[in-house]
Design a protein around this ligand. Structure first.
Ligand SMILES: [Zn+2]
Length: 321
């Protein structure tokens, strides 16, 4: 599953290649890819037609394309607004709307020159009015998809969100800011984690106190600050909370620096792997290999149907857990 740095690579690629372009038509090749768009594939296509993509945005692991107003002279504009079943959700609503991309396990956003042979698992094709490279959503396992939603005021992390005034697609309005967001508040996120009555790693992965930290980056951040993921959040000091979130941001920054140039000019691709994964991990996936700090073999423990990796010496389990 792609994590924040990989999603940011895709966002940057989309910002470079599709923002500012007007959509001419949309082909939905597989209904499962638009199943989160409850009004169906025809409505999905109609809402996008004649719209201009005005921004590519990301929060945590979520990615969306903001849409500008339909061009009044566009042949499909009238149909697009008539087909909106709810006026509050219409394209011209005050907050606007956006295409939310769910990458799932295997979803890819590809920017491909027209005429390039279709990928075997092509699910959605977005063709632009300028007849330039088209945007293809390709998904082998069909867990991902695209859907159009109104933009709504963020409902999580209110303390920090008032400063940024961020608008998010409604289904993800509860997702907190991620540590790479310019408006992220370290103190607010630490306070939110310390209010929980849970284990530290669960709070890091929960997406409502802080977003964008997945299993890999949680394990790496915990290793860096020498904390076990089972530490109770209510006993976490502010300094420990600040340290682990700062470490998570550093690890993701490093991953982005290493994986951030992995697409070529006409073929933007995300498949969940950056160069970081095999080269620089200290703990994640390193079971039985020596801890880079103390040489003790890294341990693997089961955690929420997955695995956690930590150093038994640097990161002792909290007593009684
Ligand atoms: Zn160690």
């Amino acid at each position: 599953m792609p994590e924040l740095p990989e999603v940011e690579v895709v966002r940057r690629g989309l910002a470079d290649h599709v923002v500012g372009r007007t959509i001419a038509r949309v082909e939905v090749a597989h209904p499962r890819a638009v199943r989160r768009h409850l009004e169906g594939g025809d409505d999905f296509a109609a809402r996008l037609t004649a719209r201009t993509i005005t921004a590519a945005r990301r929060r945590g692991k979520y990615l969306w394309l903001e849409l500008g107003d339909a061009h009044p002279d566009a042949p499909n504009a009238a149909f697009a607004s008539l087909s909106a079943p709810n006026a509050a959700f219409a394209a011209s609503g005050p907050g606007g709307d956006a295409v939310l991309a769910h990458l799932g396990m295997s979803g890819q956003m590809l920017v491909a020159v027209p005429g390039r042979p279709d990928e075997k698992h092509l699910r959605i094709r977005i063709v632009f009015a300028d007849e330039g490279p088209e945007l293809r959503f390709v998904d082998q396992r069909t867990f991902g998809g695209l859907s159009v939603h109104p933009l709504a005021a963020a409902s999580a992390g209110r303390l920090s969100d008032t400063a940024g005034g961020g608008l998010l697609p409604a289904p993800i309005a509860h997702i907190a800011r991620d540590p790479m967001d310019p408006a992220f508040s370290l103190d607010d996120a630490v306070a939110a984690i310390r209010r929980r009555r849970t284990e530290l790693k669960r709070a890091l992965l929960d997406q409502t106190a802080v977003s964008g930290i997945g299993n890999i980056y949680a394990d790496e951040a915990l290793w860096r600050v020498k904390l076990h993921g089972a530490r109770p959040t209510e006993k976490l000091t502010r300094a420990q909370g600040r340290a682990v979130l700062t470490a998570a941001a550093e690890v993701m920054d490093e991953a982005l620096a290493q994986g951030g140039t992995s697409f070529d000019a006409l073929y933007v691709n995300v498949n969940g792997a950056s160069g970081y994964f095999d080269r620089s991990l200290a703990a994640y996936g390193q079971a039985d290999r020596p801890c880079p700090r103390c040489g003790t073999p890294i341990r693997r423990e089961s955690f929420m149907n997955r695995s956690s990796f930590s150093c038994p010496r640097c990161q002792p389990r909290p007593r009684g857990r």
